[in-house]
Design a protein around this ligand. Structure first.
Ligand SMILES: [Zn+2]
Length: 118
């Protein structure tokens, strides 16, 4: 169990789950194909990026629901301002969490045996 938490944490921190040293991303939105330290391929099959996108969409939607619910209950903001604020916060959260969602997905792939050293 501790190993699973550690591997998922490495993914959230954008660090290679295999060697625990290599960086997953070389720029803001560009993921390395291979780990620069150990050389494992992060997303071996085509379409694996959709797992990270699904995590990002799910957590961003949950964030929007919770934030919208809390703001509508605990504030007296007009509805239009509330919708605009939630919309902007949701887009910002989705963009900021994108890399971490892909890193988390890469960790899940590693835990399921889909990422391995050649
Ligand atoms: Zn590595």
């Amino acid at each position: 169990m501790l190993r699973i938490v550690r591997i998922l944490s490495l993914g959230l921190l954008l660090t290679c789950p295999a060697c625990q040293h290599g960086r997953m991303f070389r720029s803001r939105f560009t993921m390395n194909v291979r780990c620069p330290v150990c050389g494992v391929i992060f997303e071996r099959d085509a379409g694996e990026v959709t797992g990270g996108m699904a995590i990002n969409m799910t957590l961003t939607s949950a964030f929007a629901l919770v934030a919208g619910g809390l703001l509508s209950v605990f504030t007296t903001l007009p509805a239009l301002l509330l919708i605009l604020a939630i919309g902007m916060a949701t887009v910002t959260f989705g963009l900021l969490f994108y890399r971490h969602a892909r890193g988390l997905w890469t960790s899940i792939l590693y835990l399921t045996g889909s990422i391995f050293e050649d």
